[in-house]
Design a protein around this ligand. Structure first.
Ligand code: AMP
Ligand code: TRP
Length: 334
C-alpha cells in the first residue's frame, strides 16, 4: 500500500495550476509519506491526440516533475502497469452509470471537443475516464490523494466505487481515499479569471512553469484584473488570483505589503504584476537549471523511471490478485 497516490496527464506543458494546485504538494509530502505519482498516458488518449507526440510528452513531463523535485523512485508511467486497465474494467462493474452521466469534466470536455473539432465523435474512453482514475487510485489503496479542486467529483466517485465494492464483496478491502488540497487548490487563467488555468482551454490560458522570462512577464503583465467585481472595494477574481500566485511563490513580504496597498486603495496593478512575475521567476530559476541537467542525462533517467514503475507495479499486482480473489475471478496462483 501507499499513503499517497496522485497523477497528471501528459498533455503538454506543466503550468502553475498543476504546480501550485497539486505537484508542489507531492514534493512536500514525499519526505513524510510513502508516495506514488503517475504520468497517466492512458488518460491522454481519451481526447483527440497527436499520437506521434504522446510518447515524447510523457517523457518531457517526467523530466519536468523531476526538475521541480519529485523523487524518481516515486514516479511511474501508467502504460507500463497494465493492472490499471485491468482494475478499471472490474471497477466499471461497480460504478453507477447514473453517477457517471453526471461527471462535469466529461460534460465540459465533450462539449469542447465537439465545438473545436466540429465533429460529434466522443470516445467512450472519455466517458469511462473517471473509472480509470478510480482504478489508478484504488490499485495502491492510498489514504490521501493530493489534487486540485477540479478533481473533487472524481474523488467522490472513487469513494463511492470503493464503498460499493467493499459492501458487495463483504470485506472492507479498499480504504476510502481522502482528497488533499494545497492552499491554492484553484489557480485561475490570467487571461480569463472566470475559468481555471488549463492547457485544454488554449495557450493563453496557462503559464508554463518552464516559460522563458520574457514570455512569463508578458503573460503576467497582460493578466485581466477588472472582471467579476461585485461591490466597490471587493477584490476581483483576477486580482485575487495574482495575490494567490504571489503568496504561493513564497513572496510573503511583498504579498503583505501589496495587500496593504490594496486595502488603502493605493495598489497599482502593474506593481502587483511585476512582483508576481519576479516571485515566479525567482522560484523557477532552480527548476530550469535542474531541467537542463536532466536533459543531458535522458537515457539514464528513462531507465530509472522504467525501474521505478516496475517496483511500484508490485503493489498493483498484489491488489489485482486480491481483487480477483474477492470477486471470484481466476488467479494463476490460488
Ligand atoms: P491535469 O493537467 O489535468 O492532469 O492536472 C494535474 C493536476 O493538477 C490535478 O491534480 C489537477 O487537479 C491539478 N490542476 C490542474 N489545473 C489546476 C488549476 N488551475 N488549479 C489548481 N490545480 C489544478
Ligand atoms: N483526472 C486527473 C486530472 O485531470 C488526472 C488523474 C488521472 C489523476 N488519474 C488520477 C489524479 C489519479 C489523481 C489520481 O487532473
Amino acid at each position: 500500500m501507499k499513503d499517497i497516490l496522485s497523477a497528471i496527464q501528459p498533455t503538454g506543458d506543466m503550468h502553475f495550476g498543476n504546480y501550485f494546485g497539486a505537484v508542489k504538494n507531492w514534493v512536500d509530502l514525499q519526505d513524510k509519506y510513502s508516495c506514488a505519482f503517475g504520468v497517466v498516458d492512458y488518460h491522454a488518449i481519451t481526447m483527440p491526440t497527436n499520437y506521434q507526440k504522446l510518447r515524447n510528452n510523457t517523457w518531457e513531463l517526467i523530466f519536468n516533475l523531476l526538475a521541480v523535485g519529485v523523487n524518481a523512485e516515486n514516479l511511474f508511467i501508467q502504460s507500463l502497469i497494465p493492472e490499471h486497465t485491468e482494475l478499471s474494467w472490474i471497477l466499471s462493474c461497480f460504478s453507477s452509470y447514473g453517477q457517471m452521466t453526471r461527471m462535469t469534466q466529461f460534460k465540459d470536455k465533450s462539449a469542447k471537443s465537439k465545438e473545436e473539432t466540429k465533429d460529434s465523435f466522443i470516445s467512450a474512453g472519455l466517458f469511462n475516464y473517471p473509472i480509470l482514475q478510480s482504478a489508478d487510485i484504488l490499485l495502491y489503496r492510498p489514504k490521501f490523494v493530493p489534487v486540485g479542486k477540479d478533481q473533487e467529483q472524481h474523488l467522490e466517485l472513487t469513494r463511492n466505487i470503493a464503498q460499493r465494492f467493499n459492501s458487495l464483496v463483504g470485506k472492507e478491502y479498499f480504504r476510502l481515499p481522502e482528497i488533499l488540497f494545497t492552499e491554492t487548490p484553484k489557480i485561475r487563467s490570467t487571461a480569463n479569471p472566470e475559468i481555471k488555468m488549463s492547457k485544454s482551454a488554449g495557450e493563453k490560458h496557462y503559464i508554463s512553469v518552464f516559460a522563458e522570462e520574457s514570455r512569463l512577464r508578458k503573460q503576467i503583465r497582460s493578466a485581466v484584473t477588472d472582471t467579476g467585481r461585485t461591490n466597490d472595494g471587493d477584490m476581483s477574481q483576477g486580482v485575487k488570483n495574482l495575490f494567490e500566485l504571489l503568496k504561493a511563490s513564497g513572496q510573503t513580504e511583498a504579498y503583505k505589503s501589496l495587500l496593504q496597498d490594496f486595502e488603502n486603495s493605493s495598489l497599482k496593478y502593474v506593481d502587483l504584476k511585476d512582483a508576481v512575475a519576479d516571485g515566479l521567476l525567482k522560484m523557477t530559476r532552480a527548476f530550469i537549471e535542474k531541467r537542463k541537467e536532466i536533459a543531458a542525462n535522458k537515457k539514464n533517467v528513462k531507465n530509472q523511471i522504467k525501474q521505478s514503475s516496475w517496483e511500484i507495479r508490485k503493489i498493483a499486482q498484489e491488489t489485482i490478485k486480491n481483487v480477483k480473489d474477492l470477486t471470484g475471478l481466476i488467479n494463476v496462483r490460488f
